[in-house]
Design a protein around this ligand. Structure first.
Ligand SMILES: *Cc1c(COP(=O)(O)O)cnc(C)c1O
Length: 408
């Protein structure tokens, strides 16, 4: 009989979102009249920008002509999109990143998992706790961890706790690690890193010849001009970091699918024989073999994000969600709840009141306010006692959810 990948059997069964779904379903069946408001899953809610839709529509029309038809495109993405990204997202912020170093893809979730294809086994891996679950589960699936323990933590991973105690800034590990996952602005805590904090990581990575995987999916939500949007704003990061970006959260492409990964030329890893190998070539080879590019239509839509009209619309979307976040922060604070995040990220990370654990607060909010959020413990053991509310929703739903919480 065909053998299965046993690493998948190491994955914890009760995964966060299915468990939320189960509890919500049970509650809804018992209370069919309840009007639920979902501030749980991190999906955007506002429509796609007009500029993107117009660009996609013209691309469809082009595809209907013999001259404008596009078949397989470059696996790395069309040059015009890679150039716009390099210029506006990186060079405009003083980062020396060229178009050739940009790899366009169908998502950061896939890229941040697929990157393990080009990294060897035996790397010591550090993740924050709480963490975006994809980083951990993709390592489990790739056989880069041991079994999970009673606390839900996997053997072989170095967990860096982030909580109010350290201002949600992961401490540099005391033991040497080879691979470090960082996400700023952070999902789930909404925390953000300063240049000094990122510099400490870059210095650590260069000293220890480690690789940083930097997830900047939420960079557009940064409000303070002094905060870094890219790891490449830190000197030396080209030698130690890969960055993931996505059009999902800034331009509402969660259902449309377009993202990018930056792999700087000259960023090296070590082969089994001790020689140094450029990661760019490996990633280029990986993408050329296993990926056939993002659709022409979608890449034209993504390109429109960099037009003047697109930029204005993206700003308006970000402002809209950040106003939601400000309302959530203000109302929860007024209700006496300790809040974190939500200032440079669309997530508010609250301390569960009255000493409730994360799942008790989930049930309390579901039953008493009919509001669905995400228990912090689902993102890691150190998330226990915290809870995530997302600002991705309509103003009406946010206002209504906050009114219900206020009246609890
Ligand atoms: C939403 C999100 C992404 C984006 O994923 P896509 O696959 O590009 O939609 C990446 N990282 C984090 C932490 C996210 O929350």
């Amino acid at each position: 009989m065909v053998k299965v990948n046993g690493n998948y059997l190491k994955l914890k069964a009760g995964y966060l979102f299915p468990e939320i779904g189960r509890r919500v379903k049970a509650f809804s069946s018992a209370n069919p009249e309840a009007q639920l408001i979902r501030l749980g899953i991190g999906d955007v809610t506002e429509p796609l920008p007009q500029a993107c839709r117009d660009a996609m529509k013209s691309a469809i029309d082009e595809m209907g002509t013999a001259e404008g038809f596009h078949g397989y495109g470059p696996e790395q993405g069309y040059a015009w999109l890679r150039e716009a990204i390099a210029r506006d997202d990186f060079q405009a912020r003083g980062c020396e990143i060229s178009a050739e170093e940009i790899f366009v893809s169908d998502g950061s979730k896939c890229d941040s998992s697929n990157i393990l294809d080009i990294l060897g086994s035996g790397n010591r891996i550090a993740v924050t706790d709480p963490v975006y679950p994809v980083y951990v589960d993709s390592n489990v699936m790739a056989g880069r961890t041991g079994e999970s323990g009673d606390d839900g933590r996997y053997g072989g991973l170095t967990y860096l706790p982030i909580s109010a105690d350290n201002g949600f800034a992961a401490q540099i590990p005391s033991e040497p690690v080879d691979l470090i996952y960082l996400c700023y602005p952070n999902n789930p805590t909404g925390a953000v890193a300063t240049k000094a904090q990122l510099k400490a990581w870059v210095d650590y990575a260069r000293t220890n010849k480690a690789l940083i995987l930097f997830d900047a999916a939420y960079e557009a939500f940064i409000q303070d001009p002094d905060l870094p949007h890219s790891i490449y704003e830190i000197e030396g990061a080209r030698d130690c970091a890969i960055e993931f970006r996505s059009f999902s959260k800034n331009a509402g492409f969660t259902g449309t699918r377009c993202a990018l990964t930056v792999v700087p030329k000259g960023l090296m890893g070590k082969a089994d024989d001790g020689s140094e190998v450029e990661l760019w070539g490996l990633w280029n080879r990986r993408q050329s073999t296993k990926f056939n590019g993002v659709s022409y239509i979608i890449q034209r839509g993504a390109e429109a994000v960099y037009s003047d009209a697109g930029q204005q619309e993206v700003k308006a979307l970000v402002n809209f969600y950040m106003e939601n976040a400000a309302i959530i922060r203000r109302e929860l604070s007024a209700a006496g709840i300790e809040v974190h995040g939500g200032e440079h990220a669309p997530y508010v990370w609250l301390k569960t009141p009255l000493g409730m654990d994360s799942w008790s607060f989930f049930d309390h909010l579901l039953q008493k306010a009919n509001v669905v959020g995400t228990p912090g413990s689902g993102f890691g053991a150190a998330g226990e006692g915290y809870f995530r509310l997302s600002a991705f929703n309509s103003r009406r739903n946010v206002d209504e959810a906050m009114a219900r919480i206020r009246n609890l």
